[in-house]
Write a protein of this length. Sequence first.
Length: 488
Amino acid sequence: MDNILSIKYFLPEISLIVTSLLILPLSLIFKTNVRKITIPFLTFGFILSSTFLIMNWDLSGHGLFLNLIAHDRFSQLFKLCLLIFTFFLFLISLNSSELKNISSKEYHFFIFISLLGSFLLVSSNNLLMIYISIETLSIACLILVGYLKTNKSSNIAAVKNLFSSLLSSAILIYGLSLVYGLTGTLNLHEIGHSLSNSSINNFSITVIILIILFGFGYKLTIVPFHIWSTDVYKGATTPITAFLTTVPKVAGFAILIRVLATTFSNANFTLVKYFHLSEIITVLAAATMTLGNLLAINQKNIKGILAYSSIAHSGFILMGLAIFGQEGISASIFYLIMYSIAFIGVFTVVINSNTEFQLANLKNHNRLNFQSSFSTIIISIFLISLTGLPPTAGFVGKFYLFAALIKGETKFYWLVIIGIINCIIMFFYHARIIHSMLLHKNEKHIKNRYDKVSNVILILLVIPTILFGIYWTPLFDFIKQSLHFFMP
């Protein structure tokens, strides 16, 4: 599709661009009532983008801007999820004490830029577009991590994020350039066709795949490429940590699935065996979930536990990509969505609690007072879902992941055993959080600053967590139907 006709389907991204560009001048014009003007305006920007997305919902695929971007069911599903998650995180951050005394206009600007980068990333159909989208997202996230200029932890986290992003980006662009050198094209489908019909040495392609996975690895916190990612999570402000552990990760896994589905698999979503892709992803999945869980056990505060837990969940998501196929991809996407909902829910409780709750040693936690018993119930539901216990959506997600592996080849059985062991480990440190809140008494009480918006968001997050743990078929079928990739 040419550039003019493509604009119609690009309206969600255009609305994000226009909204982000108008934030700063509006803040300068209405200096005395910045929040009263910008917050409704930003909310309108989210609503406008979602309206354009739903209006242009199309079951058939289109290639936009000369096939640089794919407009298909797959990208539309992830854009809708990214919009909802970012909107919730935006509303939650308004009640954060860490961001209370700083200028919020730049923060909101970079949140919208991050969302724009995520939108472009999930629909990228070209190696160059993938790299540009990743860098747009990464630079915005880098600035958000170091947003508190006077905070030492935030500054250290930003420096570590900078060096890690530079290294991963350099390796990623090197791997992408090797692919272009071998195939002579940047289009994902043409690359897949070229690799399947060429006499290129299999060992060379395997090495290139490893290089590209290294570049993606840091963005997705995959072991052993996760170095410093947890330091970034712990050093950033809590609203930024909530954002980093959900939105960029959702976008990153979306583009990884697209690359695997369109470049390294056949029409039945079966990975090409002679590139050893399945074996590589299997090992990465086992290492990621195991190391993430083992390191989470030693963390003393809830923010540290969530940082390493995020790594472990990346390993579970990779399990479905190891077997691939329609069942494996659908299970990974379902789990990714449910993980994001539960993580945003946990961070909502954490953000609305005082700083002492976020950083205190769990062994010294007190029993929550009556006002916070709501917090105890809500956070327990989300932690149970993250652990994978019934009747929550997290249990269904893990069940489908294990079922996909068992239905596959016998070589994946060991990964199922590793996954079950990691579920037990995950149960241990999640139960430790609940135990410390319920049973450890102290003279002090944890104060909460819940507003009506936060309460509504928590309820909206709890409903799908429980509902899809009881009746998940409609969502799972919808995800399966969304596995339609644009083919030029």
